[in-house]
Design a protein around this ligand. Structure first.
Ligand code: ADP
Ligand code: ZN
Ligand code: ZN
Length: 703
């Protein structure tokens, strides 16, 4: 038989088996423990045969079989597609899918006990929640029409369908697809997969999903749960015990033998893209999986990705829309504040003007005061955690650079990271004490440049001393009770002003937010990445969706304030009109003219080593080899290698090579050749000569 293991090796390895020892016949899709090099590895059987190209005498025996059913054929097809499409070995793609609990062969014997205890625990579940349950008859007319369209097609032949469910935040998409899933789950053994972005998978959503399916078992899969819980949930999905599989991107590759329907919520969310190992897009894999298994898939979003939106426009995907807010409130009003205009700024004599230069404009400050007076909550976003992004010397212009990265260390006040103020690198994690004197000139006058969440929190507390202020970012949520406790504070109304990063904007169904402000929109607008505007637009719509959700019919839907120096930019102009389709059409045209994705296909070759020169040289040499092979031409373009946006991280210098093609197949073939070329001179994924670590990434979402 042939077994693949979790190594960057393309081939599988042949083993013999001894039925007596294993207790049963090994099959394709069985998880096994095998001797490997001088130790043991857990692997996956991909072939069972009586022949081997190797000398039988030299082959070793499989040690044992995991107490697991086989991976179903559909899952094996998905894994093999993933491995091929994303140019990664099958073993490196398949094995990471298996939770740790099942990869410790020494503990396989104890597993039945663990499963039993988990079963007993889940029996003692607290009473079922009814939170957020919108039953069939409670759906509004628009939702009913949407659901009817979904169900009508379900009656037909078993076939692939992709549906874009598009509707502004709060329009009731979740209520529609949960009711749809309920109908699929009427079949006793049916299983459904619901994918959500990393940060959206909150207990609030979990309770909401549970409320719809009181008598079904749910398996929750994401990186935040304990190894054991994940191992059990995965097993329950694999054995059909759980009917609802709710998870983040890693759940896209879960074995689900009776899969009937897939839903991808917030399908545009960048967290669906895996950023290490096999760099897959969970959304794209889910679509492939639905296609392969001839089942429907629903993609939901307020701001669909350009790819999905174009597919819906062209009729490849069905397009179902919800145009009203479910609870009746109108959309929030968008206000653009140009900080450069004097009327928006505090003058020294103004009432309420802060002592130092204000972090927020007078216009915004007035709006916050008004919101406070109306007893509504305000959300203020700034996309940088910490106190200030850099510390500098006023005498010699010294800046707090990271010693291991080509970035600055961020100043953090005492808090989650340390009980005193420190400098922290957000790329490599380095934490250093704050120098008392400038390391270059000895000057004692060090000052901060720019601002982060902590500094904003201080400024707000100073301006509104009577207000209850809460900061929510990864630092504050790491402390004490975690993010959930912070969100609870907001929900319970114990907070007047929330300061935080993008983290607070996603998914949460806040009920009393009247004002949302975004302070550093510009920094995300002008980035080298061509998707920056698309991403910012989606974030702003998402953020705006937090305001005024619960307003009754006709009531104002809250206000969103955006501070920008470029109010005329299309992102803001389309946002002002809540014109998602207009923005997407505009962006599509831009991309088409520039022949950028989705009008072309891209891949990146990443290289990192001790020096940037070596990494660039390595990629240049690769480019030359591809050129010599005559592959570069009308349909294939290879750019010059360039340093990465953050060139040095934790001491490694990094470069990348962008490859672009108008033809998917041409790109695929080229990448396979590149992979072969690179593998020839490498051990695993490290080149033998220059010790460069390389990686091929298909469909990168950040260039
Ligand atoms: P979306 O997924 O589009 O953001 P949700 O389904 O989460 O929208 O709905 C937004 C809010 O409106 C939720 O609080 C939800 O419980 C509520 N809601 C949804 N549909 C209805 C309805 N038909 N009647 C009343 N409230 C609804
Ligand atoms: Zn100095
Ligand atoms: Zn660093």
């Amino acid at each position: 038989m042939q077994v693949v293991v979790d190594k960057p090796l393309v081939q599988g390895f042949d083993y013999l088996w001894d039925i007596e020892k294993l207790g049963r016949f090994p099959e394709i899709g069985n998880v096994v423990e095998v001797p490997f090099a001088r130790s043991k590895e857990v692997g996956l059987i991909v072939k069972v045969s009586n022949h081997s190209e190797y000398e039988i005498e030299k082959l070793k025996y499989v040690e044992r079989l995991a107490p697991l059913p086989v991976f179903d054929p559909a899952l094996l097809r998905l894994m093999s597609f993933t491995s091929q499409y994303y140019i990664h070995a099958l073993g490196e793609t398949a094995l990471p899918v298996i939770p740790q609990m099942w990869k410790k062969a020494d503990e396989w014997e104890k597993i039945p006990k663990k499963l039993e205890s988990a079963e007993n625990k889940s029996k003692k579940n607290s009473p079922l929640p009814t939170e957020g349950l919108i039953t069939l008859d409670q759906l509004n007319s628009e939702q009913k029409i949407a659901l009817r369209k979904l169900l009508a097609e379900d009656q037909k032949e078993k076939e692939f369908r992709a549906i874009l469910l598009q509707g502004q935040t709060g329009s009731g998409k979740t209520a529609v697809f949960l009711n749809w899933l309920a109908s699929a789950l009427r079949e006793e053994s049916a299983q459904v997969l619901l994918l959500v972005p990393e940060i959206n998978l909150t207990p609030q959503l979990e309770r909401r999903v549970r409320a719809y399916f009181p008598d079904k078992k749910m398996a929750v899969l994401h990186s935040g749960i304990s190894e054991k819980k994940r191992g059990v949930a995965w097993y329950e999905a694999m054995t059909g015990k759980a009917q609802i599989i709710l998870g983040t991107r890693l759940a896209a590759l879960t074995p689900i033998p009776n899969l009937r329907v897939i839903v991808v919520d917030e399908e545009h969310d960048p967290s669906y893209k895996q950023q290490d190992g096999t760099r897959y897009s969970a959304r794209d894999l889910a679509i492939w999986r639905a296609h392969d298994q001839k089942i429907p898939i629903l993609l939901a979003s307020a701001t669909p990705s350009l790819e999905t939106w174009l597919a819906a426009q062209s009729g490849r995907y069905e397009n179902i829309r919800l145009d009203q807010r479910a609870q009746g409130a109108s959309l929030p009003s968008v206000h653009l504040i140009n900080a450069r205009e004097p009327q928006n700024q505090f003058s020294p004599g103004d009432a309420g003007a802060p002592k130092q230069k204000s972090l927020i404009t007078k216009t915004l400050a007035n709006a916050i005061s008004k919101s406070l007076a109306e007893k509504k909550q305000s959300l203020i976003l700034i996309n940088r955690r910490g106190y200030a992004p850099v510390l500098s010397c006023s005498a010699c212009n010294w800046l707090s650079k990271c010693t291991q990265c080509s970035t600055y260390t961020v100043m953090h006040k005492a808090g989650a990271l340390s009980n005193r103020s420190v400098l922290n690198c957000h790329h490599c994690g380095l934490v250093k004490p704050i120098p008392q004197f400038c390391p270059d000139c000895g000057n004692a006058d060090l000052k901060t440049l720019g601002h982060g969440t902590q500094k904003l929190e201080d400024a707000i507390e100073e301006m509104w001393p009577q207000a209850r202020v809460l900061r929510v970012d990864t630092d504050s949520s790491r402390k004490s009770k975690g993010a959930e406790a912070l969100f609870e504070e907001i929900h319970s109304g114990n907070v007047d002003i929330v300061v935080g990063t993008q983290m607070i904007a996603k998914g949460h169904d806040y009920q009393n937010i009247g004002l949302v402000a975004v302070l550093d929109a510009d920094s995300r607008l002008y980035s080298a990445d061509f998707r920056a505007a698309e991403r910012l637009f989606a974030q702003l719509v998402q953020v705006a969706g937090r305001a005024g959700r619960s307003g009754t019919k006709g009531e104002a839907g809250g206000d969103i304030y955006i501070e920008t120096q470029y109010p005329e930019s299309p992102v803001f102009q389309y946002l002002l009109r809540h014109d998602v389709d207009g923005f997407l059409a505009f962006t599509a045209k831009e991309r088409e003219e520039a022949k950028l994705p989705p009008y072309s296909y891209q891949a990146l070759i990443h290289a990192e080593g001790k020096s940037l020169d070596q990494a660039i040289w390595f990629l240049n040499e690769l480019k030359t080899r591809i050129k010599i092979k005559g592959l570069i031409g009308k349909e294939l373009k290879i750019y010059d290698p360039v340093p990465k946006p953050v060139m040095r991280v934790a001491g490694a210098e990094r470069a990348q090579l962008l490859i672009e093609s108008s033809n998917r197949k041409v790109l695929q073939e080229t990448l396979e050749i590149i992979d072969q070329e690179l593998r020839q001179d490498s051990t695993g994924r490290i080149s033998k000569a220059s010790r460069i670590r390389w990686l091929v990434e298909r469909d990168p979402i950040a260039i």
